[in-house]
Ligand binder design. Structure first.
Ligand code: HEC
Ligand code: HEC
Length: 380
């Protein structure tokens, strides 16, 4: 717990604000004999006016907040801390100025924001929320990261080859032609830590190359999410059908795992290989790209079988992207097509949805099933 240092910074920043911001006399009350940093040290710019006594605790606080050592910001010659030989030192000065300004302008001078607020023991703050169950990168300091084995290199193969292997692994175009439409029945169970939800019955109707309707039983009327040639839409219970937002629509198409192999090459823009990643103990091939409305999509394929095991996509917000992750398992053969019977959608906000199919079968489905219901009837 960095409590004692927080206390130190509170005092330190309070001092800055008093001097720079409020011009009150409380500094004088601390005693004229107190030495200032700029009096005892050679190259003080951002910490001017702070008690010289605070210099070393402040430096230790920086180390703690960023998970680094003195030479991260300072010259490797420990006798020359006054030198500005590393860019990090100037970045740190800008950060000090920023923290002082934020506390002054936004928090009325109260020292609410500290280096640790953003950095939390890491040189690069984590700006993106994590999906439920996914640990944040550990904050174990420079030495830990310096001694990690090197990350595996990006494989030299073409992303298109990996996508082709996946398309073949799930049966290829031939299987889709033979079994173009599927109907699946099962349950969707939401899990939110600390709050139980009952399993809901779901029915998924799917038709190649890109039509899907998901009906979730909810009381009298089903909740529907669908897309097809005539649009992408959703309808909650007896409410009016609405068009999906653009990003939501792309996400719906990506999450349609029954039709993904038939569409992936059209919807994934600029696919390329990324570093392999270990998922549940297995190293998987990773293809990354984007869609028209999603800034990042990552697909994780088994090296040997070519099967898709994980999908991650980011949705953009006004303050940065957030991820959704889908993990697929229990692959079975349905009319020559290999489809997952279980998938788990892990979202941010501690939400997790397990989709478990009891039954997936080949069945004829009319195109009209995927069409958005007319507004007039829905609104009455
Ligand atoms: C995150 C970056 C950072 C880290 C880590 C850091 N410092 Fe500093 N240090 C600074 C900055 C920035 C200044 C100058 C502050 C200013 O301009 O007001 C400074 C100034 C100093 C000074 C005053 C030098 C002078 O004479 O002007 C000393 C001494 C010092 N640091 C020692 C250390 C020691 C010892 C450590 C490790 C325990 C350390 N620092 C870790 C950023 C850092
Ligand atoms: C409001 C959030 C926030 C606060 C508070 C904050 N930082 Fe940062 N800091 C950042 C971000 C974001 C970056 C990365 C910038 C980038 O990637 O270009 C960063 C980068 C840095 C870096 C450069 C790291 C590198 O190697 O690239 C240093 C050094 C640093 N901060 C020091 C500090 C110190 C010291 C404080 C407290 C006085 C502090 N920061 C407070 C957000 C913050």
């Amino acid at each position: 717990m960095p409590r004692p240092w927080t206390g130190t910074l509170v005092t330190a920043l309070g001092g800055v604000l008093v001097i720079v911001g409020l011009m009150q006399t409380s500094v004088a009350a601390q005693g004229a004999s107190e030495r200032k940093m700029e009096e005892d040290f050679k190259n003080i710019k951002s910490l001017r006016g702070q008690p010289a006594e605070h210099l070393l605790p402040t430096m230790v606080y920086f180390e703690a907040a960023l998970g680094v050592g003195c030479p991260y910001c300072h010259d490797n010659d420990a006798a020359k801390r006054e030198l500005d030989s590393k860019p990090q030192k100037d970045v740190a000065r800008r950060m000090i100025d920023m923290v002082n300004a934020v506390n002054k302008n936004t928090f009325g001078g109260a020292p609410r924001v500290t280096c640790f607020t953003c950095h939390m023991g890491r040189p690069a703050p984590i700006g993106m929320p994590n999906v439920v169950g996914q640990a944040l990168p550990p904050a174990l300091g420079e030495d830990y990261y310096a001694n990690l084995p090197p990350a595996p290199p990006v494989p030299s193969m073409d992303a298109g080859q990996v996508l082709d292997k996946y398309i073949a692994a799930v049966g290829g175009a031939g299987a889709v032609q033979k079994t173009p439409s599927l109907v699946a029945n099962g349950t969707m169970t939401q899990r939110r830590i600390g709050r139980p939800f009952p399993a809901q019955q779901v029915e998924i109707s799917s038709k190649a190359p890109g039509m899907q309707l998901i009906a979730t039983r909810a009381g009298q009327a089903d909740n529907l999410v669908a897309y097809g040639p005539s649009g992408r839409w959703a309808k909650a219970g007896n409410g009016a059908a609405r068009d999906l937002r653009k990003a939501e629509g792309d996400a719906t198409v990506l999450e349609d795992v029954f039709n993904l192999s038939a569409q992936i090459k059209q919807i994934l823009i600029e696919p390329r290989m990324d570093r392999p990643e270990v998922v549940m103990g297995r190293e998987l091939n990773v293809v990354r790209g984007r869609t028209q409305n999603l800034p990042l999509v990552k697909l994780y394929f088994e090296k040997e079988s070519g099967m898709l095991r994980r999908l991650v996509y980011n949705i953009e917000s006004s303050f940065g992207p957030y991820p959704t992750q889908v993990d697929y398992s229990d692959f079975r053969d349905v009319g020559g097509r290999k489809v997952p019977f279980i998938w788990v959608i892990s979202q941010v906000r501690n939400r997790e949805f397990t989709w478990a199919m009891q039954n997936v079968r080949a069945a004829a489905v009319e195109d009209s099933k995927f069409a958005k219901p007319p507004a007039a009837t829905a609104q009455r």
